[in-house]
Design a protein around this ligand. Sequence first.
Ligand code: GRG
Length: 308
Amino acid sequence: MSTLTLSTDFVQRLDQTADDTEALLARLLSDQLLPDEIARPRRLMEAIRYSSLAGGKRLRPFLVVESAAVFGVPRDAALLAGAALECIHCYSLIHDDLPAMDNSELRRGRPTLHRAYDDATAILAGDALLTLAFDIITRDEIHADAGVRLLLTRALARASGIGGMVGGQMLDLAGEGRFGDREPVDVARLQQMKTGALLRFGCIAGALLGQASKEQYKALDDYGRALGEAFQIADDLLDVEGDAAALGKPAGADAALNKTTFVTQLGIDGAKKRVGDLLARADKALSIFGEKGDVLRAAARFVAERKN
Ligand code: GRG
């Protein structure tokens, strides 16, 4: 397969999963509507739709779908698990944009949720998406075996919580000096938690759904960790080198927040070299899957070379 064909196929696959995820989220959200017009918290529902049906690459659901495809897991079950993960991702972006966090004006090229609505609605919309994620991930349609659903649910909770995304966000704020003196930052550890944990979950979710062997699980775990770090380095590089308008945020936003990033620690060339090493690690991890790992291999490249 030529590089061009692979990349065209890859983009089509990514777009298809993004469309399917958007449609599924729209359905899951409309199921949440209460029958009583008056009791329905219309403003909350509108706010959730504003944030979660606003495009986005839907990379995390894509990782769930493609890691599950390695094991022949039905696509609908994987999409549902991916939608749960995307709910957590959307909630994190809403809360991250709030004045008490990054105080961002733009997200995905539009006003952030608290700017379009208000802070209280944004906090509650994020909370509602977090709880909806766990409603979805525990559903029978995800897997017939309740033990598998339990493992997935626990893994999602851990990726999202104290030892994962929320803990990573706390370390990030501490590193900016939000709670007194700036605390020393181990960027790799911080990002493994803050951004990496959800991306890694996307990869191990396929292994859990597919009831993979220990060796297969470990391979997807290692792949997910390498991809997560490559994603964050690409984000840091985009912050200093990229098209800020395409990102929907001001250029140098991280620098303005006094953040320690991979680029401030490794320099631009060092960061690019590290991405190359991580791609090699991702390829190596996938080698046990042979051709079945091709889409995930392309996903790592897409993440490392992305422009938004
Ligand atoms: C507030 C609990 C809490 C956590 C926030 C992950 C996180 C922690 C904040 C996100 C802040 C941020 C912009 C980090 C950079 C990396 C990142 C997650 C970018 C956005 O993800 P994409 O590129 O976004 O997958 P789309 O729009 O495609 O969904």
